[in-house]
Design a protein around this ligand. Structure first.
Ligand code: CTP
Length: 378
């Protein structure tokens, strides 16, 4: 990290010094290694100095013991005191034997820390101390360094400085306090779009009905807003679209909603008659209040007469790009890891994106959006 121009302040726990001497770290880092809360005449309160100046705190390797102390809020040495004294993001790189890694206590402590926003880089499978083999190996230092760089620097790319608003998942319309009306959307294509846009420099807002894990390198560039119904999605999207450069409606929004019964519908009262009313058409409203220079991408979920329906939808919806999804095709659309789409631009030029991962489909969609920035708005 120092070779890349970073300022590195090393902290060693007393146990770490049994493996590597502090002098080694002092020679390689930007300032002398610290091993104790006490006895440094130049920095009498080292944990606050370290915590307040850090852009990122990396603990590598993070032992089961360190993870437990951090999860509990102990501050009985310089490292744990620094972890409590910082507001900087924290990245833990656990390394230990497989048996220890799989202990519920270790996993529960990590879950607690993740919930508090701590980033955890998963250990790798490979050779462990003492000739054993399994999960628990510290990732290669170059991988850790690349992740540190992505977290601290963010990404640069065609979406640098652009705000991208994306919707994901299927809405849920309440029938009563227990039952909902929904659809099979998994949210994966919307999440993939968010991650790829973040890796290309965007600052992303993801309005989603589902919560999926985000990669450590993108989590700080993506603001997830949880919604449930079409009405909630409408409110969240309309408000946030005002300062977005790109809006992508990947969510499967209900077309019909209903007034939810306050009490659970009882079986003995017979088969209920549900009265539907139209749900807000979020995409139509976004297009109606389109901001200057804003690009709007819609999705079309079709099962029959796919391209004819999609062309009609493109004209009707007046979007810049329509991502046409034949959701009945094998391996594509809802509930799949992969997708296959046709990109239909505002001039009705079609580009087929063959079956591939949802991430690769996101790359293709965003490449078209980025090219439109260069062409200028419609
Ligand atoms: N959409 C929306 N609000 C709705 C329904 C759909 O914003 N209430 C958006 C979807 O997110 C998608 C696009 O409109 O980007 C097209 O959705 P789709 O379900 O394919 O089309 P519909 O307009 O609902 O028409 P139909 O169901 O008749 O095919």
């Amino acid at each position: 990290m120092r070779d890349k121009g970073y300022y590195v302040a090393p902290v060693l726990t007393p146990d770490a010094t049994r493996f590597v001497g502090a002098v080694t770290f002092s020679a390689l880092a930007s300032e002398p290694a610290r091993t104790s809360l006490y006895g440094d005449p130049t920095t009498p309160i080292p944990h606050t100095y370290l915590g307040q100046h850090a852009a990122l705190v990396v603990v590598a390797p993070a032992t089961a013991h360190l993870i437990a102390r951090y999860a509990t809020g102990l501050a009985d040495d310089l490292l744990t005191a620094t972890l409590l004294a910082t507001r900087a993001p924290v990245l833990l790189c656990p390394a230990m034997h497989t048996e220890m890694w799989e202990q519920p206590s270790v996993q529960e402590n990590l879950a607690t820390l993740r919930r508090r926003g701590v980033m955890v880089m998963e250990p790798e499978r490979g050779a462990l101390a003492g000739g054993d083999e399994g999960v628990g190996r510290l990732p290669e230092p170059t991988r850790i360094a690349a992740l540190v760089e992505a977290i601290v620097e963010g990404y640069r790319g065609p979406f640098s400085g652009r705000r991208v608003l994306i919707s994901a998942g299927g809405t849920r319309e309440a029938i009563d306090p227990v039952r909902v009306l929904s659809n099979r959307s998994s949210g994966r294509q919307g999440y993939a779009l968010a991650e790829v846009a973040a890796r290309q420099g965007a600052s992303v807002t993801l309005v989603s009905t589902v919560e999926l894990p985000l990669s450590l390198d993108t989590v700080r560039a993506i603001d997830v807003v949880a919604v449930e119904s079409a009405a909630e999605m409408y409110d969240a999207m309309m408000k946030r679209s005002l300062d977005s450069d790109v809006v992508i409606m990947a969510a499967a929004v209900a077309d019909f909603t209903l007034t939810a019964s306050k009490e659970k519908l009882k079986k003995r009262e017979g088969v209920p008659e549900l009265r539907f009313t139209p749900a807000p058409d979020v995409l139509a409203e976004l297009v109606a209040q389109r901001q200057r220079g804003q690009l709007i991408v819609g999705f079309a979920a079709e099962t029959t007469n796919v391209m004819a329906n999609a062309s009609a939808k493109l004209r009707e919806k007046r979007v810049d790009l329509l991502v046409v999804n034949d959701v009945a095709a094998p391996g594509a659309g809802f509930m799949h890891e992969t997708n296959e789409v046709v990109l239909l631009d505002r001039d009705e030029v079609a580009e087929r994106v063959s079956l591939r991962s949802k991430e690769a489909v996101a790359v293709a969609i965003l490449a078209r959006v980025a090219a439109m920035f260069e062409d200028g708005p419609s």
